[in-house]
Ligand binder design. Structure first.
Ligand code: SF4
Length: 239
């Protein structure tokens, strides 16, 4: 049987024995992935500024390299707006180099540190007192902070019901035709309709894990894909 998973469109089709209760195709996919991946909030216990800096460093980089750079940065002391502003920019560039784009990232991070000191007394926790839309706008006024960075910070630090869309989730949304376009806001809004508020931060992490683990950008591992029967992506390979 066929069933749609986005706004009534027929987007993922499957041939299945009818279950007692027929959930949407995406819910079936999501249930399989939720059972498969145990995810944890990597930002738990970290200071909000440290998390924001790590999200910016991670842009155009990998988790592994970002973690190494953050360890190198922390070896100089706690990451705070003040500590980064007193550190010579050249030293900061050297530390950030492995993550790429260090010469662009360092001025942005320093400007963010300056503004957080000026506007929030150095305490990014104050953003948590704002409603989600206002906090998101405030974050996005900072240099180098786009909707994805703001949504990740809000989901992981402030536990708001944003649905961050990274490169893996973007790819899955395109392959599964979840959204009417590839525009960030269209994709995040489409996913919000599919994943309930309390599950979104977990859903974000689960979909990233699946993209990294199986549904790669090049050569998706369809042979071992746990949702093979539910997928009709153009990239799906025959088994
Ligand atoms: S079958 Fe292939 S294309 Fe479809 S979700 Fe699985 S890995 Fe991705």
């Amino acid at each position: 049987m066929s069933f749609g998973i986005w706004a009534g469109r027929e987007v993922i089709t499957a041939t299945l024995v009818p279950p007692p209760v027929q959930p949407t195709a995406f819910q079936r996919v999501y249930q399989v992935l939720r059972r498969r991946y145990r995810v944890r909030n990597w930002a738990r216990g970290r200071n909000p500024f440290d998390v924001l800096v790590s999200i910016i460093i991670s842009q155009n980089s990998t988790d592994l390299v970002t973690a190494r750079v953050m360890t190198a940065l922390r070896s100089r002391g706690a990451i705070t707006p003040k500590s980064l502003l007193v550190m010579p920019p050249r030293t900061l560039v050297e530390i950030l180099k492995p993550a790429g784009l260090a010469r662009q990232k360092v001025p942005r991070i320093r400007e963010i540190a300056r503004r957080i000191l000026r506007d929030y007394g150095g305490d990014l926790d104050r953003l948590k007192t704002l409603d989600t839309a206002t906090a998101r706008e405030s974050l996005m006024r900072l240099p180098g902070v786009g909707p994805k960075t703001a949504d990740v910070w809000l989901a992981m630090v402030a536990r708001r019901d944003t649905m961050p869309v990274d490169t893996h989730i973007h790819r899955l949304a395109r392959r599964w035709r979840l959204a009417p376009s590839e525009n960030y806001e269209d994709v995040t809004e489409a996913l919000k309709k599919l994943i309930p508020p309390r599950s979104r931060f977990r859903g974000h992490l689960i979909l990233i894990e699946f993209g990294r683990d199986i549904c790669h950008a090049r050569n998706p591992a369809c042979r071992e894909c746990p949702i093979y029967r539910l997928c009709d992506a153009a990239e799906r390979r025959p088994r």
